[in-house]
Design a protein around this ligand. Structure first.
Ligand code: G3I
Length: 396
């Protein structure tokens, strides 16, 4: 082979290797920068002490607030210790799966003409026995629809399916419910619609008025229940969450101007332990904008994903607790906020272990109680936020 050609080949090899080395160096420095930023969130001196042993339910109620959590029929009906902790710590129960059209191994809607209320009845009884308020999640969502939905529901019959579902489910528990998430996650600013609505089967079949319609059917079926619009990604000071907050506000303004019977906004608050863009002032302004529409606010699915946090459990728990206390301190300053629910009570029963598992394979620690149902610093952080919260006038 000519010397020249060999040289060229060797040159290309060196250039390639150099480029790869450069890419690796950039990636490594990015990773180091991120690790340093995460480490900077860790304050070993931060005080999380609490006075007395009062439960979260009691601390919330002392301020005219409600604390609750999501639970699953499968866990509450089989894990006595979990059920006991639930009754001790919570003033409200929201089924994580059981009021969806189809989630878990006991779907509410096993067939187009069938309802299986065995799980939701058991949970209603559990709530009543333990003096827990009961909230429903969720009547209308684009996800967790049963397998038969796709080949059965269409433009012609969608309204009849929606009305029948809401009337049957809301009607069964009329007068027993604190609140319903009537519609869940209906906005998606990046679905390129001027109204910011998410492209779901309900929008496709019934048009944008499906939301107003669903609230009206629910209100007629149970005039006593608080009717909530529930959504996520409303928490942080970044362009994505800002777009979502803007779209949600526009939706709420449209609904209120139409006279839709909507009473509250549910802010899911699935937070991230390594987030660095929580801006209390900006978040408070959003809460105030919602409140100015005459709406109450519930923090409906609070948890803190610890996927990207250090391995050390003490460090991780402190960082998670900091997120809880910083977020709730801002949220509870807004008088329109009436309730805080975590999405699960114990680390042993959280969707995060499946949906946001840690790359190092260690157990996740996003919730107030650990897998052994022991109170963690996250519990202290929530307790402290309730203890510092301004007093509400009457329990909502
Ligand atoms: O374990 C059962 C299995 O036995 C059964 O055969 C199978 C049949 O589908 O379901 C399995 O349960 C699934 C469960 O995850 C465990 O994998 C449920 O179907 C599935 O619905 C569930 O995912 C839930 C998800 O919503 C979708 O419904 C998560 O647990 C739940 O935490 C999550 O909650 C959502 C809120 O509703 C809305 N906001 C976001 C939040 C987190 O994604």
């Amino acid at each position: 082979m000519a010397k020249k050609q060999l040289l060229t080949r060797r040159h290309i090899l060196w250039i390639g290797l150099g480029t790869l080395a450069g890419i690796a160096a950039v990636a490594q420095s990015k990773a180091m920068y991120k690790a340093q930023k995460i480490q900077s969130l860790y304050n070993p001196e931060r005080d999380f002490s609490v006075v007395e042993k009062a439960s979260l339910k009691e601390r919330a109620a002392a301020k005219g607030l409600i604390f609750g959590a999501a639970g699953r029929y499968r866990d509450l009906s089989s894990q006595t210790a979990l059920a006991t902790s639930f009754a001790q710590e919570c003033g409200m129960l929201v089924p994580e799966w059981e009021f969806k059209w189809s989630a878990g191994n006991r779907p509410l809607r096993p067939a187009p003409d069938k309802f299986d209320f065995s799980a939701t009845d058991w949970m209603a009884n559990f709530a009543q026995t333990n003096k827990l308020l009961y909230r429903g999640h969720t009547l209308v969502w684009g996800l967790s629809l049963p397998g038969w939905f796709k080949e059965t529901v269409n433009r012609q019959n969608a309204e009849q399916f929606l009305v029948n579902h809401i009337k049957t489910v809301v009607g069964r528990y009329a007068g027993q419910m604190h609140s319903w998430d009537v519609v869940n996650e209906a906005i998606e600013p990046f679905d390129e619609r001027s109204d910011g609505l998410r492209k779901t089967p309900w929008l496709e079949f019934l048009g944008p008025d499906y939301i107003d319609f669903a609230f009206r059917v629910a209100a007629k079926t149970d005039p006593k229940a608080m009717l909530v619009y529930n959504d996520y990604g409303l928490d942080y000071d970044n362009s994505k969450d800002e777009a979502r907050r803007t779209a949600v506000l526009k939706l709420l303004e449209r609904l209120k101007s139409k006279g839709t019977p909507i009473h509250a906004l549910g802010i899911q608050a699935h937070l991230w332990g390594d987030a660095t863009d929580f801006n209390p002032k900006k978040f408070r302004n959003f809460l105030r904008d919602v409140s100015s529409l005459g709406l109450k606010i519930l923090i409906t699915e609070l948890d803190v994903v610890d996927k990207n946090l250090p391995l050390d459990v003490d460090v991780r728990d402190r960082m998670v607790a900091s997120v809880y206390e910083d977020y709730l301190s801002a949220a509870l300053d807004e008088p329109a906020v009436i309730a805080v629910l975590t999405w699960g009570l114990s680390d042993g029963y959280t969707y995060i272990s499946e949906f946001h598992s840690r790359p190092d394979g260690t157990s996740v620690r996003p919730l107030p109680l650990d897998a052994a149902l022991k109170r963690k610093l996250a519990w202290n952080a929530i307790a402290r936020a309730f203890d510092k919260a301004p007093q509400r006038t009457a329990l909502n």
